[in-house]
Design a protein around this ligand. Structure first.
Ligand SMILES: Cc1cc2nc3c(=O)[nH]c(=O)nc-3n(C[C@H](O)[C@H](O)[C@H](O)COP(=O)(O)O)c2cc1C
Length: 212
């Protein structure tokens, strides 16, 4: 394995250059890092791993796409009957993880989710390609199916049912992750990486550095 054992770039000016400008709001810091990852053509910079915890206490993770970055937090869209949604209905606590290899950066986020307003989900659903809209109806996400044909038959069924506009299914929509913890990890030479944490306390972000 090689990867980050051999950090290529010297990020020694990271704190001087960046951190002091973003002490009050880690979402701004996150936005800046995300923009940089996008500009440097990191692969799928909006892909994040989200972890939820089941009713029995079992964590599970999967990749989803960040679709919006709001002042309040991060929005992703999914099926409200899925495994992750069932976990979140019992325990709305969530962890999200971004890793951008090309900038040698990782961001860990912890927070609580809430469903976004229906209008926001409606707008986003309406903007999606028809095939994705039909897919949202056809796929009972996380349920067992007999075979691929079952899915394809359901696609055919909903293609006929909605020959024109496809309405948003009630079971499909967005979650807003409202963060209360961020960790910004910047890879640095010799494994002496920077790790800067923000914890929300009484509406203020407390910032500290932790050892790599
Ligand atoms: C790159 C990538 C992006 C994905 N984006 C989403 C997404 O935005 N929403 C979603 O529901 N599933 C997305 N998925 C599928 C999920 O990883 C997962 O299989 C699905 O949401 C079901 O998860 P669950 O059974 O734990 O609820 C994506 C998968 C990959 C590999």
């Amino acid at each position: 394995m090689s990867g980050l054992d051999h950090i290529k770039n010297d990020h020694s000016d990271f704190l001087k250059r960046e951190l002091k400008n973003y002490l009050s709001d880690p979402l701004l810091m996150f936005k800046k890092w995300y923009q940089e990852a996008s500009e440097k053509n990191c692969a799928s910079p909006h892909a994040m791993s989200i972890s939820t915890v089941s009713q029995s206490g079992q964590p599970s993770s999967r990749t989803v796409y960040m679709k919006e970055l709001l002042e309040e937090g991060i929005v992703f869209y999914t099926n409200y009957n899925s495994k992750k949604a069932q976990d979140l209905a019992h325990n709305p606590k969530i962890a999200a993880l971004f890793f951008w290899y090309c900038t040698e950066q990782q961001v860990r986020i912890e927070g609580v989710v809430e469903k976004v307003p229906k209008e926001l989900s409606d707008d986003y659903f309406a903007s999606r390609p028809r095939i994705s809209q039909i897919g949202a109806w056809a796929s009972e996400q996380s349920q067992e199916i007999e075979g691929r044909e079952t899915l394809e038959e359901r696609v055919g069924y909903f293609e006929k049912k909605f020959p024109n506009t496809v309405p948003r299914p009630q079971h499909w929509g967005g979650y807003l992750i409202k963060p209360h913890y961020f960790e910004f990890w910047q890879g640095r030479l010799g494994r002496l990486h920077d790790r800067i944490c923000y914890t929300l306390s009484e509406n203020k972000w407390l910032v500290k550095r932790i050892a790599p």
